[in-house]
Design a protein around this ligand. Structure first.
Ligand SMILES: Cc1cc2nc3c(=O)[nH]c(=O)nc-3n(C[C@H](O)[C@H](O)[C@H](O)COP(=O)(O)O)c2cc1C
Length: 153
């Protein structure tokens, strides 16, 4: 089986579960016919999902709806994503409905303290740091692997 998994971190957990994830950038996926399931994620910028994730949904919504699909977002530059489940932003919630996603998770993000750009450098001054929790990502991916096994994919 093949799983398109946008984003890093979950790939090893799926592989450990006997699946064969193909981890690639959303914009470098030409077609979904060789995939049995899709996990698509992207960072959040000013309340919106990464544009490549949005473009992926615009392009493949129909095919995603025909396959088990999960979505994730990464963003919060604090520990909130470790402490509680964070709902998807509106656009991601709409995408989840559109493709019939089986689940969504929000993970902590990372912003280097020397980030460039007007907004990024301002945010970095107060909130720069690495808030990614790889164990949390692995646990979520392991849950996906279990669900796929349950439904026989
Ligand atoms: C300009 C800018 C806007 C951001 N807006 C949000 C936001 O609205 N919500 C959020 O949770 N995180 C936000 N973040 C944090 C990013 O999602 C986080 O840093 C993410 O890990 C960046 O991923 P990247 O390194 O792949 O760009 C923002 C970061 C920047 C630089």
């Amino acid at each position: 089986m093949r799983t398109a998994l946008g984003g890093r971190g979950g790939g090893p957990a799926l592989r450990e579960s006997g699946l064969e994830p193909d981890v690639r950038r959303a914009c470098s996926t030409a077609a979904l016919d060789r995939y049995d399931a899709v996990v698509l994620g992207g960072a959040l910028y000013v309340g919106r999902w990464h544009r490549e994730a949005r473009a992926f949904v615009r392009r493949f919504a129909g095919e995603m709806a025909e396959r088990p699909t999960w979505l994730f977002s990464s963003g919060p530059l604090d520990r909130t994503a470790d402490e509680k489940s964070i709902d998807p932003v509106r656009g991601v919630a709409e995408a989840a409905r559109r493709v019939g996603a089986r689940g969504h998770a929000t993970f902590g993000g990372r912003l280097r303290s020397d980030a460039r750009g007007f907004l990024a450098s301002r945010i970095a001054k107060t909130s720069g740091g690495d808030y990614r929790d790889r164990d949390q990502v692995r646990a979520w991916a392991a849950g996906i692997a279990r669900d796929l096994q349950t439904i026989g994919v």
